[in-house]
Design a protein around this ligand. Structure first.
Ligand SMILES: [Zn+2]
Length: 145
């Protein structure tokens, strides 16, 4: 999934599960569950991009999700917990990043890369984005309810 989606799911979980000992592992586990739903992200199609563009797209994606999560949840969840939960929800993708950016084809980066490739369910545009937005919206609205 987009890291924006992962961040918003993490933020919703921060609201739903105030206890960090339960919330943080749940946030990490839900990353893999979210990736199992058919989705589009910047790696759905093998597009050749420059390293600079990969870094720019990934950081924008991650930052957009954290900003949105902050706007929606800042007055409902303690800030440190909110940020930590959003970061944990994105964590496997952060660990995978050196594989893509620095060609770090060795553990733990290569392990996470292989695990994530196996678990990903890809679906191209537009439906891979439509379903993703619907799923994330339902989780966000449910957590606010
Ligand atoms: Zn992932």
């Amino acid at each position: 999934m987009l890291d924006a989606s992962h961040a918003l799911i993490g933020a919703s979980l921060a609201k739903l599960i105030p206890n960090p000992y339960l919330g943080l592992p749940a946030s990490l586990a839900v990353h893999f569950l979210a990736d199992l739903t058919p989705h589009w992200d910047f790696r759905t199609r093998k597009v050749k991009r420059s390293k600079a563009k990969i870094i720019f797209l990934s950081l924008s994606d991650a930052a957009a999700g954290m900003s949105l999560g902050y706007i929606i949840f800042a007055d409902q969840v303690p800030l440190a917990y909110l940020v930590l939960m959003m970061f944990t929800a994105q964590l496997p993708d952060w660990i995978e990043a050196p594989y893509h950016v620095f060609d770090a084809n060795f553990p733990p980066f290569s392990w996470v890369k292989r695990l994530q490739s196996r678990l990903h369910n890809k679906l191209d545009l537009p439906w891979g984005l439509v379903w993703q937005v619907v799923i994330v919206a339902i989780i966000v609205i449910w957590s606010l309810g």
